[in-house]
Design a protein around this ligand. Structure first.
Ligand SMILES: N[C@@H](CCC(=O)N[C@@H](CS)C(=O)NCC(=O)O)C(=O)O
Length: 237
């Protein structure tokens, strides 16, 4: 009896194989790190070098060839927002999405808006200069304004606890100020975005979340190199 219980336990451990392919800096991979950590799920991490991707990463994600990839019992899950939903459906503790279907749909909308609109508009500020950058700032601030209004009367996007939308916008809590510092533009200040700035503090220093931030000085160096490429004469269009 005891030995069969042990075998069963071992088999269970093997069945629950969970591997996360990520890089040290990927803001998309951080979402997955946070979700697993918030739910207390054990997993192995494989750090990828984006300039020399492993054959396993390419095998698991042959279409986009990107991190994060979460491999659960041999099955690859791709795209960070999809992975967050998979994690939430698979491990029910510490829910990331609300229970109500319309609130769930709304959370998905804002997470998608972040990736479709907010992120590219901020990246545009980072890679543009002069008048083009000024125009890009207007668009980015308009998008950030929509996000700001979602935080009215709330500590996190879902209320009192961290949820999927917070994880989706998590990059704002560290990368935004790195990008601002490197490109010399200011996107958010206390006057225009008081709620967003408060959320950044609440999120960045929240238990679990605060343990995974990549070193800021390394990020500055990385994005300085990007900035030089994008603002040089031979910049990619
Ligand atoms: N939409 C993807 C974006 C993932 C992504 O852009 N990952 C970057 C690292 S931050 C990557 O793997 N880039 C590799 C490449 O472009 O070759 C997601 O949400 O997972």
């Amino acid at each position: 009896m005891a030995s069969s219980a042990m075998v069963t336990a071992n088999q269970l451990i093997i069945m629950e194989e969970l591997k996360l392919f990520r890089t040290w800096s990927s803001p998309f991979a951080l979402r997955v790190v946070w979700a697993l950590d918030l739910k207390g799920i054990q997993y192995d991490t494989i750090f990828e070098d984006i300039s020399n991707k492993s054959s396993l990463l390419l095998q698991y994600n042959p279409i986009y060839k990107k991190v994060p990839v979460l491999v659960h019992n041999g099955k690859p899950l791709l795209e960070s927002l999809v992975i967050l939903e998979y994690i939430d459906e698979t491990w029910k503790q510490t829910p990331l999405l609300p229970e109500d279907p319309s609130e769930r749909a709304t959370a998905r909308f804002w997470a998608k808006f972040g990736d479709d609109k907010v992120l590219p508009s901020i990246w545009n500020v980072f890679i543009k200069q002069g008048k083009d950058q000024e125009e890009a700032i207007v668009t980015a601030q308009e998008n950030l304004g929509f996000v700001e209004r979602q935080l009215t009367g709330k500590k996190f996007f879902n209320g009192e606890t961290i949820g999927l939308v917070d994880l989706a916008f998590g990059w704002l809590a560290n990368l935004l100020s790195v990008l601002e510092e490197v490109c010399g533009a200011t996107l958010i200040d206390h006057e225009k975005f008081p709620l967003l700035l408060e959320w950044i503090q609440n999120f960045a220093y929240a238990p679990i979340i605060k343990e995974s931030w990549p070193p800021r000085d390394k990020l500055i160096t990385k994005y300085q190199a990007h900035h030089e490429v994008y603002t040089s004469k031979e910049a990619p269009k």
